[in-house]
Design a protein around this ligand. Structure first.
Ligand SMILES: *[C@@H]1O[C@H](CO)[C@@H](O)[C@H](O)[C@H]1NC(C)=O
Ligand SMILES: *[C@@H]1O[C@H](CO)[C@@H](O)[C@H](O)[C@H]1NC(C)=O
Ligand SMILES: *[C@@H]1O[C@H](CO)[C@@H](O)[C@H](O)[C@H]1NC(C)=O
Ligand SMILES: *[C@@H]1O[C@H](CO)[C@@H](O)[C@H](O)[C@H]1NC(C)=O
Ligand SMILES: *[C@@H]1O[C@H](CO)[C@@H](O)[C@H](O)[C@H]1NC(C)=O
Ligand SMILES: *[C@@H]1O[C@H](CO)[C@@H](O)[C@H](O)[C@H]1NC(C)=O
Ligand SMILES: *[C@@H]1O[C@H](CO)[C@@H](O)[C@H](O)[C@H]1NC(C)=O
Length: 570
C-alpha cells in the first residue's frame, strides 16, 4: 500500500458517485476522450470536476452542465465555460452544436478540455492556476524499503531512440544484471523520458544469459522473446514505480535471473516522426533477502470480439480449479494485482471461487481507467489454494466505435488480463493461465487429462493428423478443390468430421478453424468445410478466422504454447 495509496483514497471518495459519471460522459460529445491539459496521453475522466477522476467540486464546465440539467443544449455548446476563448462545442468536437446523444461527433480528434482554461499557464487562466497545477504533478516514487543501507541500485535505460511513426510500437532491449551475489529485487522506479509516447513498460526476466546479445533496442511482441517471458514488474501511465511487499523479492543475481528485457509500449497516435525516447527503470535490489521469492501469474482472455456501437460487452474467462489443482502445488499468497484493458475497458474484476463459492475479489475496478490503473496491493496477502478457480470479468463499451474490436496488442485492440504477484514462486508451476473463448489453455496445453471434451486430442486435431475418429489425409482428395461443388462423397466426409468430438462444441470448432487457418492446407480445409456445408445446410458456425486478427491471435496462441513448454522444461 505504498505508491498507490493516493489512488485508493481517490477511489473511495468517488465511489458513491462514479456510476453517474459514466452516465454524464455519455451526455456530452467525446465525453470519454477529453484530454488532460498538461499530461499528454492522459484522459480527464471527471470532465465536469476539478479532479481528473471526478470529485465533489465542479469546474466551470461542470457548473454550467449542472445548470443545463446535465443536457447538451445549444446554449451550453455555444458557451465558453472556462473562458479561454474557445466554446465548449469547439473544445469537445461539436463546433456546429448539432450533436445529440448516441451520435458520433463531427470531430473526434483535436479535442480540448471545456472546463480548464488553456494554455493553463497563460495569464488569462491565472484564477484556476492552483487547482489545475495540482493535477499536473506526476506522482513521486515512495518505497520505505529502498532506504536500507544494503540496497543497491542499477539504472537500465534505452539510448536515445527514434520512435517509429506507428500508432503502437513494442520495443525491447536486454540488460545484464549484477551477478556478484544472490539478490532480491525489491522495487522498480520508472524513468520516463518522453511522456508524449511512453505508455507502459514491462520488465521480463530471461531464462538464460547465454543467448545472442540483444543489447540495442529492437521491435518485439507482447512478450519480449522466447527466452525473456517471466514478468517481474510493470510500469503503467499514472504510476511512479512498483514497491514490492516487504515479505517478497524477485530472485536475481547468481542464484536467480541474470538478464532482463525491458519492454516499452510507445503510443504515437498522431504518427509523428520526430519523437525520440530514452526512458528506463531504476532497479532496487539487496543481498539481505526477504522471506520469499515472488512470481507473477497472468490470467484473462486471449480472445475478444467486441461488436461496434455496443454500450456494454461483458467477457468472463476462467483459470479453472481443474488446472490450479495441478499447477499450484501448495498455498500461495497474493501480494498485489492489477487489471489491464485498453480504452474500451469500463470495469474489471478478478474473483476467487473455492468449491463453487466465491471467496474474495483480488481486484475490482468498478470504474476502470486505462491511464491510471489501480495496483491492488494487499497488506494482508490473500491466500490461494490448489483447486481455486480464478475468474476474470471485463466489461467494454464500444458505443462510439464504428469498427469491431478484437483481442490484440495495439492500443486500438482490446485486452482483458489480470497480473497477480504472489509468493512463494516455487509453489506455482505456470506463468500463464489464460483462456480462448470458453477453453482454458491449461486443458489444451498442460493437463489434457482434465480436458472436458473427451475424445478430442488437441495435438492431433490441431495439427491435422489422422486419429481413430477421422482421417484428414482423405478429406482433401475426396473433396477436391474447394471451389468445386460439394460431391456426395465429400459431404459424407464433412458430416463425419462435424460429428467428431473436437467439432461438437462451437468454441472448440472456432478454435480449430483459427488454428488451421494459420497454414495453407488448413486454410484450404476451412474453405472446403464452409463451402460444402453451406451447399447442403446452414453453416454451423460463424467465425472470424480470415480477419487479420485470426492470424494475429494465432501468433499469440503459438507464443503461449511456447511459453508453456518453456516453463515445463525448467
Ligand atoms: C482544432 O480545434 C480548434 C478549436 O478548438 C480549431 O480552431 C482548430 O482549427 C482545430 N484544428 C484542426 C487541425 O482541426
Ligand atoms: C511500423 O509500421 C511498419 C509498417 O506497418 C512496420 O513494417 C514496422 O515493423 C513497424 N515498426 C514498429 C516498431 O512497430
Ligand atoms: C531525455 O533524455 C535526454 C538524453 O538523455 C536528455 O537530454 C533529456 O533531458 C531527457 N528529457 C527528459 C524530459 O527527461
Ligand atoms: C472442496 O470440497 C472438498 C469436499 O468437501 C474438500 O475435500 C476440499 O478440500 C475442498 N477444497 C478446498 C480448496 O477447500
Ligand atoms: C494425442 O495424440 C498424440 C499423438 O498421437 C499422443 O502422443 C498423445 O498422447 C495424445 N494425447 C492425449 C491426451 O491422448
Ligand atoms: C482450385 O481451382 C482453382 C481454379 O480452378 C485453381 O486456380 C486452384 O489452383 C485450385 N487449387 C488447388 C489446391 O488445386
Ligand atoms: C473471408 O474471406 C472471404 C473470401 O475471401 C470473404 O468473402 C469474407 O468477406 C471474409 N470475411 C472476413 C470476416 O473478412
Amino acid at each position: 500500500m505504498y505508491t498507490f495509496r493516493l489512488w485508493f483514497v481517490l477511489l473511495i471518495t468517488v465511489l458513491d458517485s462514479v456510476d453517474s459519471y459514466g452516465y454524464y460522459r455519455e451526455a456530452i460529445p467525446n465525453g470519454e476522450s477529453v484530454p488532460h491539459p498538461c499530461k499528454s496521453n492522459y484522459i480527464w475522466k471527471g470532465v465536469g470536476h476539478r479532479l481528473v477522476e471526478g470529485g465533489k467540486s465542479r469546474n466551470p464546465f461542470g457548473m454550467d452542465f449542472a445548470a443545463a440539467e446535465h443536457k447538451w443544449t445549444a446554449e451550453l455548446c455555444n458557451k465558453d465555460s472556462d473562458g479561454d476563448g474557445i466554446t465548449n462545442g469547439q473544445e469537445l468536437g461539436d463546433p456546429d452544436c448539432v450533436w445529440s446523444k448516441d451520435q458520433i461527433p463531427s470531430r473526434t480528434v483535436n479535442l480540448s478540455h471545456p472546463g480548464v482554461c488553456e494554455p493553463w499557464t497563460d495569464f488569462k487562466c491565472k484564477d484556476q492556476l492552483n487547482w489545475v497545477a495540482s493535477t499536473c504533478e506526476f506522482e513521486k516514487f515512495t518505497c520505505p524499503g529502498i532506504n536500507d543501507v544494503e540496497v543497491k541500485q542499477k539504472e537500465i535505460r534505452f539510448p536515445i531512440t527514434p520512435v517509429p511513426s506507428n500508432e503502437t510500437s513494442y520495443i525491447c532491449m536486454e540488460f545484464d544484471l549484477d551477478t556478484s551475489d544472490d539478490f532480491h529485487l525489491i522495487a522498480t522506479e520508472a524513468l520516463v523520458n518522453n511522456s508524449n509516447v511512453m505508455h507502459h513498460a514491462v520488465l521480463f526476466g530471461c531464462a538464460s544469459d547465454d543467448h545472442d546479445i540483444k543489447d540495442t533496442p529492437h521491435q518485439c511482441g507482447m512478450v519480449a522473446s522466447d527466452e525473456c517471458q517471466q514478468i517481474m514488474s510493470i510500469w503503467v501511465l499514472g504510476s511512479a514505480g512498483q514497491c514490492f511487499h516487504d515479505k517478497v523479492g524477485f530472485r536475481i543475481g547468481n542464484q536467480g535471473i541474470k538478464r532482463v528485457a525491458l519492454q516499452f509500449h510507445w503510443n504515437n497516435p498522431t504518427l509523428r516522426n520526430d519523437y525520440v525516447d530514452s526512458s528506463g527503470m531504476i532497479l532496487y535490489y539487496t543481498a539481505k533477502k526477504r522471506e520469499n521469492d515472488a512470481g507473477v501469474l497472468t490470467i484473462g482472455a486471449q480472445y475478444l470480439h467486441i461488436p461496434p456501437f455496443t454500450t456494454r460487452v461483458e467477457d468472463t474467462s476462467e483459470c479453472p480449479g481443474s488446472c490450479t489443482k495441478h499447477f499450484i502445488t501448495d498455498k500461495v499468497y497474493v501480494v498485489s494485482a492489477f487489471n489491464h484493458m485498453h480504452y474500451l475497458g469500463r470495469s474489471q474484476q478478478i474473483q476467487v471461487f473455492r468449491n463453487g463459492t466465491k471467496i474474495i475479489d483480488i481486484t475490482n475496478d468498478v470504474e476502470y481507467n486505462y491511464d491510471s490503473p489501480v495496483i491492488h496491493n494487499q497488506e494482508n496477502p490473500i491466500e490461494l489454494l490448489p483447486g481455486d478457480t480464478l475468474s476474470t470479468t471485463c466489461t467494454f463499451s464500444s458505443k462510439n466505435k464504428a469498427a469491431t474490436t478484437y483481442f490484440g496488442d495495439a492500443t486500438s485492440d482490446e485486452m482483458c488480463f489480470g497480473f497477480i504477484t504472489y509468493y512463494p514462486r516455487q509453489n506455482v508451476m505456470l506463468d500463464f493461465c489464460t483462456s480462448w473463448k470458453s477453453l482454458a489453455f491449461c486443458h489444451i496445453a498442460e493437463y489434457p487429462e482434465e480436458n472436458p471434451f473427451k475424445g478430442c486430442n488437441f495435438t492431433t486435431f490441431g495439427t491435422l493428423k489422422d486419429d481413430e475418429n477421422f482421417k484428414f489425409t482423405q478429406i482433401i482428395p475426396s473433396c477436391g478443390n474447394s471451389s468445386q461443388v460439394c460431391s456426395s462423397e465429400c459431404k459424407s466426409y464433412v458430416d463425419t468430421m462435424f460429428a467428431h468430438p473436437c467439432m461438437v462444441n462451437n468454441d472448440l470448432r472456432d478454435y480449430f478453424y483459427t488454428r488451421w487457418n494459420y497454414d495453407p492446407v488448413g486454410r484450404e480445409l476451412v474453405q472446403l468445410l464452409t463451402t460444402c456445408y453451406l451447399q447442403t445446410t446452414e453453416s454451423p458456425t460463424t467465425t472470424d478466422v480470415n480477419s487479420s486478427n485470426g492470424i494475429h491471435q494465432m501468433r499469440i496462441l503459438i507464443l503461449i504454447f511456447v511459453m508453456f513448454s518453456i516453463k515445463l522444461s525448467c
